[in-house]
Design a protein around this ligand. Structure first.
Ligand code: S3P
Length: 425
């Protein structure tokens, strides 16, 4: 798909629901007693994979496009699937669902697409085995497909080597089925949607610093959940409005949970003109509208505990940095290598192809901003966040850019190009 340079961006936009929260609404709704009703659910391929997996495990789920109705059967209501649940491209689905399946009184197998079959699962296999789970990689390579023979689980105190909400949530969900309390301690705090939402369903879960503790066997009760807009999706419009001269865009209803708002903190350190309006809370999550005006940006350093709070926004942050004055250093972000693509490689290669001065490092990259970018063919590697980030880069590059496999945005934002087009003047 050819993306042409834009004159300016003007107008208002409502971005789709948060991907992480949408996944969890279906999973926890399935494990709760009674009806869970979800509005502003993200109708992207990843979240639809979660629905399909839980339907296969015996949960009735209605997708009326306006709302999702999950007819939960309680903590012990899942049934063995006749055919193998397929998580598609979704790391969140495979890792969280593995934690749930580890404690069931039946065996399961889980598979996914070619990309998911290369992503590391040892990070969940290790703690789940410590809990007494019987699971293994069917191909002996620590990747999906996974075989999970449900077992009796023990509570553990797990110290995770990575700040990962998928690992944390997997272990906490297994903890629902354990014989005692389970805790997870992370090096830095990752997104805490599991802790917030499980508590609202009635789970006995608490957090102190970077440790979350859950007690087993709660009665979970169906909830009404309104999903806030996804800050990870908002980030593309925020960057586009900052970078394209004479732009002003109002982005409505953006989730600004402090474990997710790193892109706003990084943008502030780059002197971006962003104003938070109308701050309020939806379904236990803080949200606001973001008024974004274009202006020149400066380089910054992103590292340490900021990284988990913007891990999915690093591709678009790197694009912002390429247009900023001065040097941007991204470090402590080795997790980028195990996302939908090796994002250190896919960001650096594509930025270089557009003429940027960027160097890959072991755990991030160094970007000397300010070189004008030019047309290139962008290999998205079927990674939705690479496709969307470089569509934004194209708006400010001489001759735009051609995005290959552009349709991979369906994973998290099926109407991305239409929405971007609607703002471009
Ligand atoms: C997610 C957690 C993050 C993030 C992913 C969604 C989640 O992954 O990159 O897109 O919903 O828990 P990690 O937990 O592996 O960092």
């Amino acid at each position: 798909m050819l993306i042409k340079p834009a004159g300016s961006l003007k107008g208002e936009i409502h971005i789709p629901g948060d991907k992480s929260i949408s996944h969890r609404s279906v999973m926890f709704g399935a494990l709760a007693d009674g009806l869970t009703e979800v509005t502003h659910f993200l109708q992207g391929a990843d979240c639809l994979s979660t629905i399909s997996c839980f339907q296969k495990l015996g949960i009735a789920i209605e997708n009326t496009k306006d709302r999702i109705l999950i007819h939960g059967k309680g903590l012990h209501g899942l049934r063995p699937s006749a055919s193998m649940p397929d998580v598609g491209n979704s790391g969140t689905t495979v890792r969280l669902l593995s934690g749930i399946l580890a404690g069931q009184p039946f065996s399961s197998a889980l598979t996914g697409d070619a990309s998911i079959q290369k992503r590391p699962m040892k990070r969940i296999i290790t703690p789940l085995r410590e809990m007494g789970a019987d699971l293994f990689a069917a191909n002996g390579n620590d990747c999906a497909p996974l075989t999970i023979n449900g077992s009796k689980l023990h509570g553990i105190d797990y110290t995770s080597p990575v700040a990962s909400a998928q690992v944390k949530s997997c272990v906490l969900l297994a903890g629902l089925y354990a014989d005692g309390s389970t805790s997870v301690t992370e090096p830095y705090l990752s997104r805490n949607h599991t802790e917030r939402m499980l508590a609202s369903f009635g789970a006995d879960i608490s957090s102190h610093g970077t440790t979350a503790v859950i007690h087993p066997n709660p009665v979970l009760t169906g909830q009404k959940i309104d999903v806030p807009g996804d800050i990870s999706s908002a980030a593309y419009f925020l960057a586009a409005a900052l970078l394209v001269p004479n732009s002003e865009v109002l982005i409505h209803n953006v989730g600004i949970n402090p474990t997710r708002d790193g892109i706003l903190r990084a943008a502030a350190s780059m002197h971006a003109n962003i104003t938070k309006l109308n701050e309020h809370t939806i379904s236990g999550e803080p949200v606001c509208d973001l008024l974004v005006k274009s202006g020149s940006l400066t380089g910054t350093v992103v590292e340490g505990d900021l990284i988990p709070a913007l891990i999915d926004e690093i591709p678009i942050l790197a694009v912002m940095a390429a247009f900023a004055n001065g040097t941007t250093i991204i470090k402590d972000a080795a997790e980028l290598k195990v996302k939908e693509s090796n994002r250190i490689n896919t960001i650096v290669t594509n930025l270089k192809n557009m003429g940027a001065d960027v160097t890959a490092t072991e755990d991030g990259m160094i970007i000397q901003g300010g070189k004008p970018l030019h047309h290139a063919v962008i290999d998205s590697h079927d990674d939705h966040r690479i496709a969307m980030s470089f569509a934004v880069a194209a708006l400010c590059a001489e001759g735009g850019a051609e995005i290959e496999n552009a349709e991979c945005v369906n994973i998290s934002y099926p109407k991305f190009y239409q929405d971007l087009n609607s703002l471009c003047c």
